[in-house]
Design a protein around this ligand. Structure first.
Ligand code: SF4
Length: 87
């Protein structure tokens, strides 16, 4: 299997590390088909506002630091439509 200069094997390994919670940097994203516009994400995350119908607009998707990660994890867990995720 080919490896990069840092010894990683590429996208698959990075995806696995993210799923295992070993990568702390992340970006917030919304599944726009699943989102039902409850707006909870905008109450928890500073980078998210709501449009006139109550659907999220993600202005800054970066999750910064341990506190940011904890808050983002909470928002993902509490999203009633399971539409919020980290990538
Ligand atoms: S909390 Fe979930 S369902 Fe509600 S607006 Fe945000 S992404 Fe959509």
């Amino acid at each position: 299997m080919p490896t990069s200069t840092d010894g990683s094997t590429g996208v698959g390994e990075d995806h696995t590390r993210r799923r295992l919670g070993l990568v702390r940097d992340a970006h917030v994203a919304v599944d726009r088909v699943a989102c039902t516009g409850h707006g909870l994400c905008a109450q928890l995350l500073a980078g998210v506002t709501l449009d006139e119908w109550g659907y999220p607009i993600i202005g800054d998707d970066r999750v910064v630091g341990e506190d940011g990660r904890d808050l983002a994890d909470t928002a993902v867990r509490l999203c009633p439509a399971r539409a919020l995720y980290l990538r």
